[in-house]
Design a protein around this ligand. Structure first.
Ligand SMILES: Cc1cc2nc3c(=O)[nH]c(=O)nc-3n(C[C@H](O)[C@H](O)[C@H](O)COP(=O)(O)OP(=O)(O)OC[C@H]3O[C@@H](n4cnc5c(N)ncnc54)[C@H](O)[C@@H]3O)c2cc1C
Length: 342
C-alpha cells in the first residue's frame, strides 16, 4: 500500500506518494535521489515533515526520507572545557535531540533553538531561528548533493545566502540535498547573551546578559509549550507547521500604526505577522471547521483532526486576504507547499 504523507507531516496532511525510499546512509540517500533524477521522476526530500503542506492528492513521484545518523565532534585545543568545538551532524539526525546533546555537553550557541521539530539537514533550508538565535550564527558549512551538477559540494556559511527564514537552498528549491551540516560552537557553562526580551524576562536577566545553558533550554521549552510550539500528539494546537506566515519586512511608511516593529540592517522594519492576523480579526482559536487558528498562537494554523489540506488552505487564504484587506500587507507562507498553492 502506498505510504501516506499525512503519516509523516506534523500537520497530519497529505495524500499518497507514488514511491518511497527511506535512506539510512548517505550513500543510499544520494543513490535514491540520483536514480529518481535519471528516471526523470519528481523527488521530494523529506525530513521530519514539520515545514510541509502537501496536497490531498499526495506526491506523484519519489519521496526520499532522510534518516541518516551520526554526530562527530572535534574539540579544538587541549582543554576540553573551553575553546571551540566543530560538530559534524548527519542530515537525518533529529534537531531537538541534537540541541539537547549540545546543551548537555556544554556546546554553546544552539540552546535558544530548543524544541524546534524536524531534522538537522532541514535547518539551513530556511535558516531556522527562534528566541534570538538562528542557525546562520553557528553554522560553519553545509555539504550537499547538487542535483544539477550531479556532485557533492560544500558551502561555507558565507556562501549559503542566509537571511530571515531563507537561504540559497530555499531560493533554488529542490536543487541541493543536504547530507551534512557542520557547526562551530564554543564550549562553556553560560549560553550566548539572551537578546530576546520575553526570554530574558522569563530567565530574570537583562537583555544582553548570559544565563546557564540548562536554564535557557528549559525556559525556551516552557515558552514554546505555552504557545503550542512543541510537538505533542495529544494537543491539536501543535498539529501545525509552526508559524504559517513569515513576519513581513516593510518600508517604515507601510507599517500600520501601533504595530510592533524591529529595525532591519537595510533600514526597513520587520513587523509581527501574529499581530497583523490578530488585529485583522483572526484571534486564537478562529474558525469553525476542522482547520483552525491555534488556540495558543495566532500564527499557527492547525488541524483539529480530520482536516484536509483543502480545509487548511481555505483558512490560510481567508487569513491572508483578511490581513491584506485590513492593512494592505500580503503575508507570505513560511512552510513549503507541495502540489498545492495559496
Ligand atoms: C510546532 C512547530 C514549531 C516550529 N517552530 C519553528 C521555529 O521556532 N523556528 C523555525 O525556523 N521553524 C520552526 N518550525 C518549522 C520547522 O520545524 C523547521 O523549518 C524545520 O527545520 C523543518 O525540518 P523538517 O526536517 O521537518 O523539514 P521538512 O518539513 O521535512 O522539509 C521542509 C523543506 O526542507 C526540505 N528538506 C528537508 N530535509 C532536507 C535535506 N536534508 N536536504 C534538502 N532539503 C531538505 C524539504 O524538501 C522541504 O522543502 C516549527 C514547526 C512546527 C511544527
Amino acid at each position: 500500500m502506498a505510504e501516506l504523507l499525512r503519516d509523516h507531516t506534523t500537520l497530519r496532511l497529505g495524500g499518497p506518494a507514488r514511491s518511497w525510499v527511506r535512506a539510512t546512509t548517505e550513500a543510499d540517500l544520494v543513490d535514491a535521489v540520483r536514480r529518481a533524477d535519471e528516471a526523470r521522476e519528481p523527488v521530494l526530500v523529506l525530513g521530519g515533515g514539520s515545514n510541509l503542506v502537501v496536497a490531498d492528492a499526495g506526491f506523484d513521484g519519489t519521496v526520499v526520507e532522510v534518516a541518516t545518523t551520526g554526530i562527530r565532534a572535534d574539540v579544538e585545543g587541549d582543554d576540553p572545557t573551553c575553546g571551540g568545538v566543530v560538530v559534524t551532524v548527519a542530515a537525518g539526525e533529529p534537531w531537538d535531540a541534537f540541541v539537547a546533546t549540545a546543551v548537555g555537553r556544554r556546546w554553546v550557541g544552539l540552546e535558544a533553538l530548543s524544541g524546534i521539530p524536524g531534522s538537522v539537514g532541514a535547518t539551513p533550508i530556511q535558516n531556522v531561528g527562534a528566541y534570538g538565535q538562528e542557525v546562520a550564527q553557528t553554522l560553519a558549512s553545509v555539504r550537499v548533493w547538487d542535483r544539477t551538477l550531479r556532485g557533492f559540494r560544500t558551502f561555507a556559511a558565507a556562501d549559503c545566502g542566509f537571511g530571515y527564514r531563507t537561504s540559497r537552498f530555499k531560493a533554488d528549491p529542490g536543487r541541493h540535498v543536504v547530507v551534512e551540516v557542520v557547526f562551530q560552537l564554543r564550549q562553556g557553562e553560560l549560553a550566548t547573551p539572551v537578546t530576546y526580551a520575553e526570554l530574558a524576562r522569563t530567565l530574570g536577566v537583562e537583555p544582553g546578559e548570559r544565563a546557564p545553558m540548562d536554564a535557557v533550554r528549559d525556559a525556551v521549552l516552557g515558552l514554546r509549550r505555552g504557545k503550542g510550539m512543541v510537538l505533542d500528539a495529544a494537543d491539536h494546537d501543535t498539529w501545525s507547521a509552526g508559524s504559517f506566515f513569515t513576519n513581513p519586512v516593510l518600508d517604515a511608511g507601510a507599517l500600520p500604526p501601533d504595530a510592533p516593529s524591529w529595525l532591519q540592517p537595510d533600514g526597513r522594519v520587520k513587523t509581527s505577522a501574529a499581530w497583523l492576523i490578530e488585529h485583522a480579526g483572526f484571534g486564537k482559536g478562529y474558525g469553525v471547521g476542522p482547520a483552525q487558528v491555534s488556540g495558543k498562537h495566532t500564527l499557527a494554523l492547525t488541524n483539529r483532526g480530520g482536516a484536509s489540506t483543502r480545509d487548511l488552505l481555505a483558512l490560510a487564504l481567508e487569513v491572508r486576504d483578511g490581513v491584506e484587506q485590513r492593512f494592505g500587507i500580503r503575508l507570505v507562507p513560511e512552510p513549503v507547499l507541495v502540489g498545492c498553492e495559496l
